[in-house]
Design a protein around this ligand. Structure first.
Ligand SMILES: *Cc1c(COP(=O)(O)O)cnc(C)c1O
Length: 360
């Protein structure tokens, strides 16, 4: 008798190796930041701006944590950002800031149940044409970005809307300038002209301007994610995100050896260097060349030479026992990194690229 041949198994799918980049999210700090901002908002509730994939940190990680903390109002910019949010929360809690740009957006809003923020009389008419329903409106009180002009507010089309939130946005809440009070005064007069269930003005910095700015709902973004939008928030908001990169090669160089593109670093002595899988394609921009650092247990390991697309070289002199495969934290304290780089805290977060594995 012939031996039976072994069964032919389908090939198992290849296992995708893990990323040498990860973004560590401190879920407890994120939840604590929302609670602190909600408390600072006084009688108003805090919502959350989760546009741009929750400022680059990952809506899939951020939204469930904030929902668990008690957040019930979510703001995205684009319609295509909606699915990542309504995977975790009720659609009627989600507002799309850019509003319906065409009938496809209206149809999408009505099919999903998310709410458009109407920014013009044309958007209001488009929403009503498509069947309407609960919506939000944005009033421009002086930023001259999106929103209905004050002069539009008496238009009869607005009286036909079922407005949940009437919102406006502060241009300079991070500064002590007269523009804040001017916008607040216009917002107060807008309140008298637009019937809405709730009103909302303040972003993160606006929360720190005091109760006059709080209305019914505040809309923090950057402060949830550890950004210090005004100095009053410094003791209140905790750091949330730490980018980490793996060392993929360790090398010893001699005095006089040149490092990286265009040899902008020349070793002053024999030294040990580490090559990490992090570059400007990941959002670690060239401004960190010869300037940034990675850290191990709080020890600073300075960047040597140019940051390139996928790689950065660091000086391991202060941690000569670092081995290939070790993880190092990027020195990325937001206010300090902003001061050093000239980038805003917003840019520093939203730059962090998809190659970072995101986890809490
Ligand atoms: C981005 C945004 C926010 C959040 O602003 P932060 O400064 O990050 O707190 C609030 N409201 C609107 C309309 C926004 O576009």
């Amino acid at each position: 008798m012939l031996p039976s041949s072994p069964p032919v198994l389908p090939p198992s799918p290849p296992i995708l190796p893990p990323s040498p980049l990860r973004l560590r999210l401190d879920a407890a700090a994120l939840a604590a930041n929302w609670l602190a901002l909600d408390r600072l908002s006084g009688a108003a509730r805090a919502g959350a701006a989760v546009k741009a994939d929750a400022y680059g940190l990952g809506a899939a990680q951020v939204v469930p944590v904030l929902a668990g903390a008690g957040c019930r109002d979510w703001f995205v910019a684009h319609w295509r950002e909606v699915p990542d949010v309504i995977a975790h929360v009720a659609p009627e809690q989600v507002a799309v800031l850019h509003g319906p740009l065409d009938h496809a957006d209206v149809a999408f809003a009505r099919a999903t149940g998310v709410r458009p923020v109407l920014n013009s009389l044309a958007q209001a008419a488009r929403w009503l044409d498509g069947g309407g329903g609960a919506c939000h409106i944005m009033v421009d009180t002086g930023i001259n970005r999106l929103g209905l002009a004050m002069a539009d507010l008496s238009d009869p089309v607005l009286a036909r809307l079922d407005v949940d939130l009437c919102i406006s946005h502060l241009a300079s809440a991070d500064e002590d300038v007269a523009q804040n009070a001017e916008q607040l005064a216009r917002f107060e007069s807008a309140k008298g002209m637009v019937r809405a269930r709730r009103y909302s003005l303040a972003n993160s910095a606006g929360i720190a301007l005091g109760s006059a700015y709080h209305a019914d709902l505040t809309r923090p973004g950057i402060a949830l994610y550890g950004g210090i939008a005004r100095k009053e928030l410094a003791g209140v908001v905790r750091r949330v995100a730490t980018p980490e990169a793996a060392v993929i090669q360790v090398r010893d160089v001699a005095a006089g050896d040149r490092v990286g593109y265009n040899a902008t670093f020349v070793a002053p002595r024999a030294m040990r260097l580490g090559v990490v899988a992090l570059g400007y394609a990941d959002g670690y921009l060239r401004c960190w060349s010869n300037r940034g650092a990675l850290c191990r247990d709080g020890v600073r390991l300075p960047v040597t030479g140019r940051v390139s697309m996928d790689l950065t070289v660091i000086d391991l002199s202060a941690a000569p026992d670092v081995r290939e495969g070790d993880w190092l934290a990027v020195d990325y304290d937001l206010p300090q990194a902003a001061a050093q780089s000239g980038l805003s805290q917003y840019e520093l977060l939203t730059l962090l690229h998809r190659r970072f594995a995101r986890f809490t």
